[in-house]
Design a protein around this ligand. Structure first.
Ligand code: ATP
Ligand code: MG
Length: 441
């Protein structure tokens, strides 16, 4: 009886909604596990204030997905029928960002709650001048406001298109995301090929979520990826870099890397690496990249600091190393300038695909350039290297190289020992004539 009353209340509430929501899309509070206790105080403040002012206000996207799965959301995004200007007038601590499609950022100290007005879908009743496509069908402008249901339809995956409505704590689930959450399935909304053409980055996102959530990619969502991976060439190198950080800094880099290669996506992010990895006469490059990712994952899991630059240094090491070898032979340049030239060329070429910002490439360059200096273990040179500000990272990189057999383990052990040796031991170790194992060919 009580349940019936609750349900009839919900039916009444939904009859008053402006959007055409049928009751089957509403999951009432008792039928889901999303609790306000797990929503950030600031997000709740924003939701309540919008609601009190008469607007529809919902938590949306990754936060609803993660809460439904019992995970802790990274951030809380809000969607509303209030216009950005309406939002701005409600919050003192608010800034509007974006030119094409304006978003409101509500600030609480360092915490930002992003508030977006429901957006219309590109392929619905939008006139041609409101929407233009690239040759590949990608949406270039999608700056039309819409209903909540349209807003749901233009999101990427069903599990990312659920709305937690602050009005009655129900979940509005127009795309049947909750069913996919329960079954652990990632399913793109709409016609898969068209959605990937609109925005090829969705192919990277599906891989990221599959690994992060441990979900299976639905067959129809998965199949087109093999053929469409090349569309990533159309994406700006800086956007690919942003995505690539999310892919590799999530604590599951190794699994992500393997899945990206499986779908042929990695080749468009790091083409030189893919080429180098597919040379079959040795397998140490792939071991090196995999080990660097494993180390990063472990460090992240135990709360240690990591820099994306280390992973990028390992991803691009094999192309750099091969090119340096070639320049050394073909141009008759000594090892060090050959390495410098190879680094410059590789970074330049890479910047046309996944651009690596200067603050990281400076680190990578140093770590790579120092590798050659590890071979000199006599006289004053080891002391100089030890006091180099980048020694630690370069040494960690040397260990990776030794771990996969690219340089001798003896050399790595020598450096491990040298760091902790007393000064008289150091003196002995650096005497001329003493050389740890030479580089393998
Ligand atoms: P994360 O936990 O990694 O932040 P998220 O789902 O919140 O995951 P965001 O990149 O923060 O991912 O995006 C927020 C929401 O915006 C998504 O849940 C999805 O609904 C929508 N979205 C983001 N990127 C796209 C895209 N390329 N195409 C369609 N919808 C997208
Ligand atoms: Mg998010």
């Amino acid at each position: 009886m009580v349940l019936f009353r609750k349900i009839s209340k919900i039916f009444k509430a939904s009859a008053n909604r402006s959007e055409p929501s049928s009751a089957s899309h509403i999951i009432p509070r008792p039928q889901h596990n999303i609790s306000r206790e797990n929503i950030s105080e600031n997000a709740l403040k924003v939701l309540y204030r919008l609601h009190k002012a008469g607007y529809q206000a919902c938590l949306v996207g990754g936060a609803v997905r993660d809460l439904a799965l019992g995970l802790e959301p990274k951030d809380f995004d809000v969607a509303t029928d209030a216009s950005p200007e309406d939002v701005k007038s409600l919050f003192r601590n608010c800034r509007l960002i974006g030119r094409r499609f304006r978003l409101a950022h509500v600030f609480y100290g360092r915490d930002i709650i992003e508030v977006a007005t429901f957006r219309g879908s590109g392929d619905m009743d939008v006139s041609a001048d409101q929407l233009s496509h690239s040759d590949e069908g990608r949406i270039l402008r999608d700056n039309v406001y819409g209903s909540i249901e349209e807003d749901a339809r233009r999101r990427d995956f069903t599990v990312n298109a659920m709305y937690y409505d602050i009005r009655d704590f129900s979940v509005l689930d127009y795309m049947d995301g909750m069913k996919d959450i329960e079954q652990g399935i990632l399913r793109i909304i709409g016609e898969p090929e068209q959605r990937y053409r609109e925005d090829p980055v969705r192919m990277l996102r599906v891989v990221r979520f599959a690994v992060k959530l441990g979900f299976k990619i639905h067959l129809e969502t998965e199949t087109p990826i093999f053929d469409l991976a090349g569309l990533l060439d159309d994406i700006s190198p800086s956007r690919l870099f942003d995505e690539s950080v999310k892919l590799f800094m999530s604590g599951q880099a190794l699994q992500t890397f393997e899945l990206l290669r499986h779908y042929g996506l990695f080749a468009y992010l790091y083409p030189m690496t893919e080429e180098a990895l597919s040379i079959e006469d040795h397998d140490f490059p792939i071991i090196l990249v995999s080990q660097a990712m494993k180390n990063t994952d472990e460090r992240l899991q135990s709360g240690k600091s990591v820099t994306p630059a280390f992973i990028y240094a390992s991803i691009l090491w094999e192309p750099v190393r091969l090119l340096a070898e070639r320049i050394n032979e073909e141009e008759d340049l000594p090892a060090f300038p050959a390495m410098q030239k190879a680094i410059a060329k590789t970074l330049q070429k890479q910047s046309q695909h996944t651009a690596i910002p200067k603050r990281f490439s400076i680190f990578m360059r140093e770590v790579w350039q120092l590798q050659g200096r590890f071979e000199f273990t006599t006289g004053m040179r080891p002391y100089k290297l030890l006091s180099h500000p980048r020694f630690r990272a370069a040494y960690d990189f040397l260990l990776l190289r030794a771990g996969c057999g690219e340089v001798s383990q003896e050399l790595a052990d020598w450096w491990t020992h040298f760091q902790d040796a007393t000064s008289s031991e150091k003196k002995k170790m650096t005497r001329p004539g003493k050389r740890p194992g030479k580089k393998k060919k």
